[in-house]
Write a protein that binds this ligand. Structure first.
Ligand code: BEZ
Ligand code: FE
Length: 330
């Protein structure tokens, strides 16, 4: 039997407020009272977030004259979203993705900087168990798709190469599934971890990315149908690059000419991340790069530029100042 059923029920121990809170006879008093309570929050940032959250949430309800039925269906939707989550499925992240929240949080935290590779959404398919591969090795087992060779250098925004940067990369196979979406996954595939060499150079074999649908079998899938929105992400290769002293970069490269680029359901595509793939048709080149068969592969050549952490933080703070000035004007 749960412990709280024993003895007298007790409060959480927080004392009564030492100021007057009028009874909420009028709707606006609900908001005002909550604001007075939120104002007691000691931490400046937490207070700022609470006050703004309450303001926007309450304003949404009054501005839309939300019906009881609508609010109940929102609660049921959120409940279903929670129930869909497991250790390997995060429906709330998917919800955040399709509502543009993940992309917006990323944009606020990683504003564009001259010459620096732009970031984009992480998505729910990153795993910790990518195998280590050497430069030039394959991240995909044979038969997983058309061959692609990816190469470039990891550079600092001052142009210097970054040696020993850790590069994690992951993608779907040619059927549009991540390895984690197969019930019989016994080992990671189409994902790998490598390090840049002393000149910042990296290279790996992979497969040409394909456009694929994000999971549609849960509440977020239902939401997209309700909004009349498709669920297909344009073809892309995910990358995460970490190097001591630099802002970790989470990004993707999007091969050009995909019909889904402009309507990505998770708002990940940025102009600077769209890449062209060169078709190489040369048997000797294919062998030299380690492809076991045929004479054709696609080549994705791209340098990746990281920004020192202190500069990234300074840029965030400048941008945050602009946002809060705008908020004050509103
Ligand atoms: C992905 O690209 O892996 C992804 C991103 C957001 C939602 C679903 C999938
Ligand atoms: Fe993806």
């Amino acid at each position: 039997m749960p412990e709280h059923t024993h003895g007298k029920a007790t409060s959480n121990g927080i004392p009564l407020p030492d100021f007057e809170l009028p009874y909420p006879d009028k709707p606006e008093v609900i908001t005002e009272n909550l604001m007075k309570l939120a104002a007691l929050t000691k931490d400046d940032r937490a207070r700022f977030l609470k006050v703004n959250l309450i303001r926007h949430l309450h304003q949404f309800i009054t501005e839309t004259s939300l019906t009881t039925k609508e609010w109940m269906s929102a609660i049921q939707f959120l409940t279903a979203t929670g129930k869909q989550c497991t250790d390997i499925r995060q429906e709330f992240i998917l919800l955040s993705d399709v509502l543009g929240v993940s992309a917006l949080v990323d944009a606020v935290n990683n504003p564009p900087m001259e010459g620096v590779t732009e970031s984009c959404v992480l998505g729910p398919f990153f795993t910790e168990d990518a195998p280590d591969v050497e430069i030039g090795e394959s991240i995909a087992s044979e038969g997983k798709g058309e061959y692609m060779y990816v190469e470039g250098r990891i550079l600092s925004s001052d142009g210097k190469p970054i040696p020993d940067a850790v590069i994690e990369t992951w993608e779907t196979d040619e059927s549009g599934y991540y390895d984690t979406q197969y019930d019989n996954r016994d080992k990671p595939d189409c994902r790998g971890r490598l390090k840049s060499d002393k000149d910042g150079h990296f290279a790996f074999r992979a497969v040409v990315p394909v456009a694929y649908p994000i999971p549609a079998d849960g509440p977020v899938g239902d939401l997209l149908l309700l909004f009349n929105r498709h669920n297909v992400r344009p073809n892309h290769l995910h990358l995460m690059i970490q190097a001591p002293g630099y802002r970790t970069l989470i990004t993707s490269f999007y091969p050009e000419n995909d019909k889904y680029l402009a309507s990505d359901p998770v708002f990940g595509v940025k102009h600077s991340l769209v890449v062209s793939l060169e078709e190489v048709k040369n048997e000797a080149e294919a062998r030299k790069r380690g492809f076991p068969k045929g004479d054709t592969f696609k080549l994705l050549k791209r340098d990746i530029v990281l920004v020192p952490e202190d500069q990234a933080q300074k840029r965030y703070e400048e941008n945050a100042a602009i946002f809060s000035k705008n908020a004050l004007k509103a």
